[in-house]
Design a protein around this ligand. Structure first.
Ligand code: FE2
Length: 622
């Protein structure tokens, strides 16, 4: 491991550090300059391959271009986990289960022995440089991504995911420019892998279907929670866990669960194309209850041990908005802050920040509201650009240019007319949530919006309602929020006074969602919960003004915000992605920079039905 000597603060040449995560899922890169985040992006936004795990060439190029730095001039490059320790875990796991895991072992070994194990030289080779690459442990990368950009001088830190090297959860304290991780839970005991096992068993894809399981939970009863507690997991009072490997197959096998697991829940895993039944909903509800319990116990333990009033979170489980909302409402901490890219992509940023603060010893400047710049750290779509104009013309686009305030008014009036508006403007979001830079917007008050957006625009049936964005000033009048939720990572109930009685006897599954449950039916789940994004004028002045305009017209400062993509597609990145997605769907209006497009004015549709089908086939639509 090499450490580049820190430059002195105030030197004319800033210190530039590149963080990289790659080769598992959600590859990403992040560039910081004297500790300030310059750029951060996930590879899949550029390659258009969802959760792309390949080396993030495009994301790195984007970061270097944004920072105007050549790779050879970087002061340090940091990888987000230790390949050597991860390899040790793989070999040890095989040794413990041999000969059972032989197939998966043989499948994994060649790439490890030829490339992954020698990550430092692999990265140098991929980037065409001779510079040494530094390593930051996986959970330390998560912890650094959570603490260093947070608004707190001191905070407790909790990281929870499937697995890194050996750790599956860690906790500790961050203070100033230092992180001390104090305890860990180790593989194979893992909250994330328990959740992934249920995800697999209920017929969804692990590492991406977890959101679906979370959305399914409100339709079910937690009738399997006791079975899970009795047979699958032992939960200690301090939140540490032991998973009963008698029922799992992930240590040495190719699948998450085994025959005993299937027998425990009365049959084989659901085949992905098969009908979702009450059983899957009950299992989803059950694992959610168990995970809520574990997260609360962990948080209570961390609170007891540290005495801190604030907690920061990262790791894939921190993206479970139900658990984090529960923690925010019922937990022992006054404030909860979650890294917007809490999954493994965020490790790239954490690794770079760890290098700057902890290894190089540079002090930390605490910013308000935090140091994430609203998480708008990706590719920029400027208000106007000749290059984008030429490309959009080539695709047959027809638009009008509007000044910013007129554009905001036009978006607002379109929304309340019931139109669906695609918004691609400014720098793209870092993290899995669209926050108003690559979003599709609609009227939250409409009873038809949920179905319309799902079937005509996203091409999916969804158990999840859409998420609301609300002006931070009035969010409390509509949702029982405990604190701001700028990154849409906390789930809170719709406030009692906004709810409606919803007699839904006899309805099943998604039909329940079609019964209005509040004056904002498009964003209210069947249990009255909502994944709220609070929008303030500091982080996102443009969308804040749109919401102000909507409020002036309707008295309701809440709209639908869903990610700008179709099912199976990564969120759109460039102006071209946005226009193509607009034309392949039945979206009514599109905003690209300061351009306003209306569907019926697009005289020359660039996509025939065949083209459109071909375009959709590029994505994994299962
Ligand atoms: Fe992770």
């Amino acid at each position: 491991m090499s450490i580049t000597e820190p430059k002195h603060n105030g030197s004319p040449t800033p210190t530039r550090i590149l963080g990289i995560s790659a080769y598992y899922h959600d590859s990403a890169a992040a560039l910081i300059e004297d500790g300030r985040i310059v750029a951060a992006a996930q590879e899949d936004r550029f390659t258009r391959i969802k959760a792309d795990s390949s080396f993030p060439h495009h994301a790195i190029s984007f970061c270097l271009e944004t920072g105007n730095v050549d790779e050879n001039d970087l002061d340090a490059i940091v990888f987000y986990e230790s390949p050597l320790v991860k390899f040790e875990r793989l070999v040890t796991s095989y040794h413990q289960t041999a000969p059972n895991g032989l197939r998966s072992f043989l499948k994994a070994m060649p790439v490890w022995l030829t490339n992954r194990l020698w990550m430092e030289s692999e990265i140098a080779k991929e980037m065409g440089i001779t510079k040494k690459v530094n390593i930051c442990d996986h959970h330390l990368s998560h912890a650094a991504s959570a603490f260093f950009p947070s608004p707190y001088e001191r905070a407790a830190i909790l990281t929870i995911d499937g697995v890194g090297e050996w750790s599956t959860a860690t906790w500790g304290v961050g203070h100033g420019n230092t992180i001390d991780l104090m305890e860990e839970i180790r593989f194979p005991n893992s909250v994330g892998l328990l959740y992934s096992a249920i995800t697999y068993y209920t017929g969804f894809k692990i590492n991406s279907g977890e959101y679906k399981v979370m959305g399914l939970a409100p339709y079910g009863e937690p009738k399997y929670a006791d079975t899970i507690r009795k047979h699958l997991i032992h939960i200690n009072d301090d939140g540490s866990i032991v998973l009963n490997q008698h029922y799992f197959n992930y240590v040495g096998g190719l699948h998450m669960t085994n025959e005993r697991f299937h027998a425990l829940f009365g049959g084989p895993p659901r085949v992905p194309e098969d009908q979702i039944t009450q059983k899957e909903m009950d299992l989803a509800a059950s694992v959610q209850v168990v995970v809520n319990e574990i997260v609360m116990k962990m948080a209570q333990h961390v609170h007891d041990q540290t005495g801190e009033t604030n907690i920061v979170l990262a790791g894939g489980v921190a993206l479970n908005v139900v658990s984090t909302g529960h923690l925010s409402t019922h937990g022992p901490f006054e404030n909860v802050w979650i890294q917007p890219a809490a999954g493994d992509a965020g490790g790239a940023l954490g690794a770079a920040l760890w290098m700057w603060h902890q290894r190089m010893g540079n002090p930390r400047t605490i910013e308000s509201p935090d140091s994430m710049q609203g998480s708008f750290l990706g590719l920029n779509i400027p208000p106007a650009s000749d290059i984008d104009d030429a490309m959009l013309k080539r695709l047959g686009g027809s638009w009008e240019i509007l000044e910013e305030d007129r554009l905001q008014k036009r978006i607002a009036s379109s929304i309340i007319e019931g139109k669906v508006v695609g918004l691609a403007r400014g720098r793209a979001e870092w993290g899995p949530r669209a926050l108003g830079a690559r979003s599709i917007l609609g009227d939250a008050r409409s009873t038809k919006m949920q179905t319309h957006m799902n079937l005509k625009i996203k091409f999916r049936e969804s158990f999840r309602p859409f998420a609301p964005m609300a002006r931070a000033e009035e969010a409390r009048e509509y949702f029982d929020i405990e604190q701001e939720s700028p990154y849409m990572l906390l789930c809170y109930p719709v406030t009692e006074s906004r709810r409606m009685e919803a007699p839904d006897d006899g309805l099943f599954g998604i039909d329940k969602l079609k019964v209005p449950r509040s004056e904002m039916p498009a964003v209210t789940h069947v249990d009255y919960s909502a994944r709220v994004q609070t929008v303030d004028h500091v982080r996102n002045p443009f969308v804040h003004s749109v919401l102000t305009e909507v409020k002036s017209l309707t008295d309701c400062p809440v709209i639908v915000n869903t990610s700008f993509n179709v099912r199976g597609e990564p969120i759109v990145n460039s102006a071209e992605d946005a226009y193509r997605c607009f034309m392949a769907t039945e979206m009514d209006c599109l905003v690209v920079g300061n351009r306003f497009f209306e569907r019926d004015k697009q005289t020359d549709r660039p996509m025939s039905d065949e083209d459109r089908q071909e375009w959709l086939r590029r994505f994994d639509l299962d």
